[in-house]
Design a protein around this ligand. Structure first.
Ligand SMILES: CC(C)(COP(=O)(O)OP(=O)(O)OC[C@H]1O[C@@H](n2cnc3c(N)ncnc32)[C@H](O)[C@@H]1OP(=O)(O)O)[C@@H](O)C(=O)NCCC(=O)NCCS
Length: 217
C-alpha cells in the first residue's frame, strides 16, 4: 500500500545524523543485534513497554522487522535503529526510536528506548531531537508529540530539554506494569502554529518555526 490515501504524503529520510549517534531505518540485518539489545535491557523496558513483557526471540523480532517494513512503506510508522558507540564498537545498535502516525492528521509521535548499558549519556535526547527536526521537515507535519507515563521520570526528562511543552495529562488505564493512570502528552512546537490568516502576514523569521532545531528551544 502506498501513501496516496493518507494525509502524510512524504516519507522521512532513511538515515538521519544526530549528535553522537545515527538513526537508520530498521532492516532485516538488524535482527540479531536487536534481539540482544532488547534482552540486555528487559528489566528497564518491561515497566514501560507492553511488547517487552517476555524475552525477545529471533521470531518475535523478525515479525517486528517485517511489520516495520510494511508500516514504513504504508507511511504509518517509521522505525529507526539508533547506532553509536558501545565499548569498542563505534556503530553498535544501542536502541530504537520511531515516528508514529497515531495522533491525528498533522502530527507524529516519537517513541524511543535505549539499550541499558548505553543510557545516561544523552542518546535518547539526541535521537528525539533529530526525529523532531526530521518530522517537522515533512510536508503536512506541524506538530510532534512525546507521550510517556508520569512515573517514567527518565523519559519525562527528555521532552522539556528539547523545548516540548507539557500539553496535558490524560487518565489512561496502565498498559505496562510500571505505569500509573497518568499519561503525559508533551507537544512541540510549544506554541500553536499561527492560524492560516496570520500566516499571510508573517515574515521569514516566523516561517523558520517549522524547520527549527528543537534543541534551540
Ligand atoms: C527513557 C530512556 C529512553 C532514556 O534514555 P537515555 O539515553 O538514558 O536518555 P538521556 O541520557 O538522553 O536523558 C535521560 C535524562 O533522564 C535523567 N535521568 C536519568 N535517571 C533519572 C532518574 N532516576 N530520575 C530522574 N531523571 C533521571 C538524565 O539525567 C537525563 O537528563 P539530563 O541529560 O538532563 O541529565 C531509557 O532509560 C529507556 O530506554 N528506558 C526504558 C524504555 C522507556 O521508558 N522508553 C520511553 C517510553 S515513553
Amino acid at each position: 500500500m502506498g501513501t496516496a490515501d493518507r494525509w502524510l504524503t512524504e516519507l522521512p529520510a532513511g538515515s538521519i545524523r544526530a549528535t553522537g549517534v545515527t538513526l537508520h531505518r530498521v532492516r532485516p540485518d538488524d535482527l540479531d543485534e536487536l534481539v540482544d539489545a532488547v534482552n540486555a535491557s528487559l528489566g528497564a523496558l518491561r515497566p514501560w513497554m507492553p511488547w517487552a513483557q517476555a524475552p525477545a526471540t529471533r521470531q518475535s523480532i523478525g515479525e517486528f522487522l517485517d511489520q516495520a517494513d510494511r508500516d514504513w512503506e504504508g507511511g504509518r510508522e517509521f522505525q529507526f535503529a539508533i547506532r553509536g558507540r558501545r565499548g569498542a564498537e563505534p556503530e553498535a545498535l544501542i536502541g530504537c526510536c520511531g515516528l508514529h502516525d497515531r495522533i491525528g492528521a498533522g502530527g507524529l509521535e516519537i517513541g524511543y528506548w535505549v539499550r541499558s548499558d548505553c543510557t545516561g549519556r544523552g542518546v535518547a535526547t539526541s535521537a528525539a531531537s533529530a526525529l523532531t527536526a526530521s518530522a517537522l521537515g515533512l510536508d503536512g507535519v506541524s506538530r510532534v508529540e512525546i507521550h510517556c507515563d508520569a512515573a517514567n521520570v527518565r523519559s519525562a526528562a527528555i521532552p522539556p530539554k528539547l523545548g516540548f511543552r507539557l500539553h496535558r495529562i490524560e487518565a489512561r488505564p496502565p498498559i505496562s506494569p510500571g505505569e500509573t493512570d497518568r499519561h503525559m502528552i508533551w507537544v512541540y512546537p510549544s506554541s500553536p502554529p499561527p492560524a492560516a490568516a496570520d500566516l499571510q502576514q508573517v515574515d521569514d523569521e516566523d516561517e523558520g518555526v517549522v524547520g527549527r532545531d528543537p534543541r534551540s528551544g
